[in-house]
Write a protein that binds this ligand. Structure first.
Ligand code: 0CJ
Ligand code: F3S
Length: 324
């Protein structure tokens, strides 16, 4: 007599699955600081505290702050006269704090200090008489914020090597380049190389302005992806740094999927898969990583390993108004 066939989800189906967890992953120092600014503002001023734009691009972070009394809006004109307002980690054009001050609003700036550093560089380059070529993604709030540090027409946005080919500055133009903080390290190196080849006089930062957290998370994915059959990146579809992690994994030749949380995992994705890499963008809470590993453990017998490619110890100071 034939042995009975295993029923779906019986122990015989629960083949071992190796889960490689990337480190560093998840919250960076700028995200920790931005969330703490909203939390401290709620304690100091009481609810509601308004936040202009998602404080970071993650709906779980946004929902948990909403539950504590934060109100999220896209523009300053949605903020009533007597309420405090926090600007998101991505930064804002100069016109935003100027307008908040003009209206007499109590405002707090949660712009990541590494984004603010790029803002100051933009001002300096304009003062030095240079036109800025800014490498970034069209429409992203950080790009709008950085471009809004200098007069319109003083900065030109490029996204790709092709965009560089299309630039028509005269050979002698004084130029500087700056970059968004959450770009692909590899793509940006190519765009910078194209700029330097076309305009040898262009000045720029020693390393591009891509932040430590973005580069570390990309390097960590490069450690995990080659040995994985699938990489799961936890992050939001509007999170630039999270999207870049998916691309990095794919360029290692590994299938990769952006998921917001464990329930997004389709069990069919695991068919024929022996090793899954897991990472999280800089705006994704660690509890979502746990949730994902727990879900994988329901589907298969999981053996979990963390691959550490760097240690992070960065901490940023809070704005003066919030320090007792
Ligand atoms: O732009 C930043 C200062 C990064 C903030 C943290 O990440 P996230 O996902 O909110 O923002 P990006 O879309 O810029 O990655
Ligand atoms: Fe800042 Fe980089 Fe995080 S710019 S908010 S440290 S992703």
């Amino acid at each position: 007599m034939n042995a009975p066939l295993p029923t779906p989800n019986s122990p015989a189906d629960r083949l071992p699955l190796t889960v490689l967890i990337a480190a560093p992953r998840g919250f960076c120092a700028g995200v920790d600081r931005a969330i703490e600014i909203v939390e401290r503002a709620l304690q100091r001023y009481g609810a509601p505290v308004y936040v202009r734009h998602e404080i970071v691009h993650n709906r779980f972070v946004v929902e948990s702050l909403k539950a504590k009394g934060a109100i999220f809006v896209e523009e300053l004109d949605e903020v009533p006269e007597d309420a405090p307002v926090v600007f998101s980690a991505h930064g804002v054009p100069k016109s935003v704090p100027a307008e908040a001050t003009r209206r007499g609003l109590e405002w707090l700036d949660a712009t990541c200090p590494l984004v603010s550093k790029v803002h100051r560089q933009a001002e300096r380059q304009i003062e030095a008489g240079r036109h800025i070529v800014f490498i970034g993604h069209v429409g992203h709030p950080e790009v709008i914020g950085t471009m809004g540090q200098v007069p319109a027409g003083a900065i030109t946005l490029v996204e790709t090597v092709d965009d560089v080919s299309g630039l028509e500055f005269a050979e002698s133009t004084d130029l500087a380049f700056l970059t968004q903080t959450t770009l692909s390290v590899d793509d940006t190196a190519e765009v910078v190389a194209a700029l330097r080849a076309k305009y040898p006089q262009i000045v720029g930062p020693k390393a591009e302005d891509i932040c430590y957290a973005t580069s570390n998370r990309q390097a960590a994915v490069k450690q995990v992806a080659p040995g994985s059959d699938l990489v799961l990146v936890i992050g939001a579809p509007n999170s630039s740094n999270s999207l870049r992690l998916v691309e990095v994994a794919e360029r290692c030749g590994t299938d990769a999927r952006l998921i917001q949380r464990a329930s997004d995992i389709d069990p069919a994705w695991l068919d024929g898969v022996g090793t899954v890499g897991v990472t999280a963008g800089a705006s994704a809470p660690e509890k979502l990583v746990r949730e994902v590993v727990d879900r994988l453990s329901e589907l298969r017998v999981v053996e979990e390993h963390t691959l550490v490619s760097a240690e992070e110890k960065m901490v940023f100071k809070l704005p003066r108004q919030l320090v007792d």
